[in-house]
Design a protein around this ligand. Structure first.
Ligand SMILES: *Cc1c(COP(=O)(O)O)cnc(C)c1O
Ligand code: SF4
Length: 432
């Protein structure tokens, strides 16, 4: 077991570029591979922990191992020119050149897709409420200031801009008072989705300060928590110093008549295999929480129908409810991870066909695009033309939901903005 120095608050020491060289299995990787990681991690966030390293990664299969790909930045995630520039700056020891190369690379990676910074920020009394996003009528997203990091970072994460110390790009808020006032002014909002980063990185006392005021809002039905902690640090719900306290907090949510909907991010069935995660799930479910699962479809990590089928089967066996399969957003190292929509839909359908109806609660593949969440339902031939059949699962205008529409079939398209209307239409119906 990797030594895990723990501080006075019971926190483990995160594993970063500074200390990864102490890990025995990592040290056995070829030096060239370690160098590639060091270069790529100048640009992309790298942070992991002993549980991921020792319980989830199969080191005999690195670097192809899916969990290794999930947390270790790879050379192929940077284009070759960027890689060369960053490596040269790193080798030369020229700090300024390195900082410049790194920031150019980051800026080129579209850190805030789908209008996150400029759109959907709600207002109260003419003031913008930072740390909130309100896109779909019934659900408000809340980004608590204390939850803007994670127990480990996913290499494909579209929120990576928040983790790399970019103060300007970072949006966060400790304004739970604003949230409560906003909810009171908007009784149509039934759900608050607490997200990040990962809200479960917060100590329970801090999390309680965010959640408890919400229990007083009568129109609110559901508190969702978007989290990868079950996959990356299940001890949050078992042996951490404030694990019992967080379970009590979730029980208080249920006792107040609200549903705690835990939106668990699981990328691969291996994350569901360990004793630790299974104990954590049991504890979580015993509080009355409902656990739904979601993840993006990612090349090198889970681009395989059997992997998804196995993931959903295991989830159902453990009492979880499969919820979403997402298409990777157009940010970060997208070229490395992207799966074309046509292939994504085949993977989804192949997996879906293999599982019992109890796992067919899952929906996807879904793009969280500017106009809404768009699902690729399938392909069809209409009037002699091969088309994608698409639908909105969520939309800026709720009237768009439940209205199938068509795009020209493409084997290469990876996102909504690469699709063209089919059947002689000039624009999609939602483009007005
Ligand atoms: C996905 C999403 C939600 C929640 O959508 P559900 O389909 O209800 O899970 C809310 N707000 C935003 C911005 C989202 O992307
Ligand atoms: S856990 Fe979520 S927010 Fe954190 S790095 Fe992974 S995808 Fe991003």
């Amino acid at each position: 077991m990797y030594p895990t120095p723990v501080d006075a608050y019971g926190r483990y020491e995160p594993v970063t570029l500074k200390n990864i060289h102490r890990h025995p299995a990592y040290r056995r990787l070829p030096e060239s591979l370690r160098r590639e990681l060091e270069v790529a991690a100048q640009v992309l966030p790298f942070r992991t922990n002993p549980y991921v390293l020792d319980e989830l990664i199969d080191w005999d299969r690195a670097p192809e191992d899916p969990i290794f790909q999930l947390v270790f930045p790879q050379r192929g995630m940077l284009d070759s020119e960027t890689y060369a520039r960053v490596e040269a700056a790193l080798t030369s020891g020229d700090r300024e050149a390195l900082v410049e190369a790194v920031w150019n690379a980051r800026r080129a990676m579209n850190p805030h897709p789908a209008g996150q910074l400029t759109h959907n920020v709600p207002e109260l009394d003419g003031r913008k409420l930072d740390g909130l996003q309100h896109k779909y009528a019934e659900t408000v997203l809340f980004f608590p200031a204390g939850g803007q990091t994670c127990h480990a970072y996913c290499t494909y994460c579209f929120r990576w801009a928040q983790f790399v110390g970019d103060r300007e790009l970072k949006f966060e808020s400790s304004q739970v008072d604003d949230l409560v006032r906003y909810l009171r002014a908007h009784p149509e909002v039934t759900d608050v989705l607490v997200t990040g980063g990962d809200p479960m990185v917060m100590k329970t006392r801090l999390l309680a300060r965010y959640l408890e005021p919400l229990l007083e809002v009568e129109t609110l039905r559901t508190i969702r928590i978007g989290s990868k902690s079950l996959a990356y640090w299940p001890m949050r719900f078992t042996t951490d110093p404030d694990a019992a306290e967080v379970l009590r907090l979730f029980e208080r949510v249920a006792a107040a008549g609200k549903q705690l909907a835990f939106m668990a991010h699981f990328s691969h069935p291996r994350e569901l295999e360990t004793e630790q995660v299974q104990a954590a799930i049991q504890n979580l479910l015993a509080t009355g929480a409902v656990v739904r699962t979601q993840a993006p479809l990612i090349r090198h990590v889970n681009d395989d129908a059997d992997v998804w089928a196995e993931k959903w089967r295991r989830e159902v066996r453990l009492g979880l409810i499969p919820y979403y399969m997402f298409v990777e957003r157009d940010t970060g190292p997208k070229r490395y991870f992207e799966v074309p929509l046509a292939e994504a839909q085949r993977i989804f359908a192949d997996a879906y066909r293999q599982v019992s109806g109890l796992a067919r609660t899952v929906r996807g593949p879904s793009m969280s695009a500017f106009p809404g969440k768009v699902r690729v339902v399938g392909t069809a031939e209409v009037a002699g033309e091969k088309v994608f059949v698409l639908e909105f699962l969520q939309a800026r205008d709720p009237a768009w939901v439940g209205r199938p529409f068509f795009a020209k079939f493409s084997e290469e398209a990876t996102w909504l903005d690469e699709l063209e209307p089919a059947l002689g239409e000039k624009r999609f119906f939602f483009e007005g």
